[in-house]
Design a protein around this ligand. Sequence first.
Ligand code: HSE
Length: 438
Amino acid sequence: MSVKPLRVGLAGIGTVGGGTWTVLNRNADEIRRRAGRPIQITAVADLDQAKARALTGGQVRFVPDAMALARDPEIDVVIELIGGYGFAKDFVLEAIRNGKHVVTANKALLATHGNEIFALAQQKGVMVAFEAAVAGGIPIIKALREGLTANKIEWVAGIINGTTNFILSEMRDKGLAFDVVLKEAQRLGYAEADPTFDIEGVDAAHKATIMAAIAFGIPMQFDAAHIEGISKLQAKDIAYAEQLGYRIKLLGITKRHANGVELRVHPTLISSKKLIANVEGAMNAVWVKGDAVGHTMYYGKGAGAEPTASAVIADLVDVARMLTADPANRVPYLAFQPDQMAALSVVPIAQVQSCYYLRLRVKDQPGVLADITRVLADGQISIDMFFQREPDEDLHETDVVLITHLCLEQDMRAAIGRIEQLPTVLGQAVMLRMETFA
Ligand code: HSE
């Protein structure tokens, strides 16, 4: 008996769209055996018509306007690979209004407009699948939403931006400054011409927002995320951290507490003995702590044509398998039933507890350390480790580096304010957060 194919409209045939086309064709037989029906891209929309036609060899219908895919009665599911949240949002909403299922890799769109998109999708009884939106080829959405469904998830922490992990790895390996490595990363194609979203932590925050929503059953709250990137990070701090047994990674972290969730992206010191500290280059890794399973970790490529296509096609197979299921019996968009979402909001960063790395430039003279440690003691901040560099003889100055035990961020900031007022402390302190994952 022949089964009707799943008819797919592909909006955007760039790197990921091209990879999706290639893998769907190369593995068509395996995919059909798994999905129970063939999955066929029947129409493609892209601004670059010549490229689209060259890639597909003229085998599919080409439409110049993606909106035509959203309204096409001959299409069951659209893949949105347009990017951004302008036209892409209108396209996704229009497809949903027309009863189409949606597969998207668009983390920015979901983190900022996901609540509206999922509400409309639920009303229309269609699926919105987004495995490719977080950590590319790593099936972390599947893991959080289905594999770990028995667990009360306690926290998720991930290296979820390959560009910044590549830059940090190079800075550490070669002792180079951020700007130098960024230029090299751009030359090699690891960083985009406008790298702002990657280097300033915005891309990672989009992904962390999505993971927080699925892990804890909360709405998308991107606007409340605390975001710091790596552009101000100095090679010196990477080197000092290493001397103390730590590596610095840009982590997306989300943790559950009784009264709210933490949602933050920032450079983070991690013990170099931890597995995640050894994830190097452009690779991604996500570490999840569940109350029943304990620690689990997921590692792989977070970007690239075929790794991301792997996730897009997994979503297509899910759509093919669940097409005829009653919408109420499908896996909920955000892992929890829509009427069972929690009203937990994001805790302000001032209320977050962390350990801290501090670097201070100080005059090399008696009493300096006593003054600094007095301020910390007065703020009830306990020191865990301490390190002082050889003084610069000519300048009579030196760097003091210390790591604290857990304390409240607002207490740490208050203490730093007082330390910077000390006459023997020169310039501004460098403050980085440290995670033990205990
Ligand atoms: N630009 C991202 C990264 C990949 O560097 O990991 C897509 O989100």
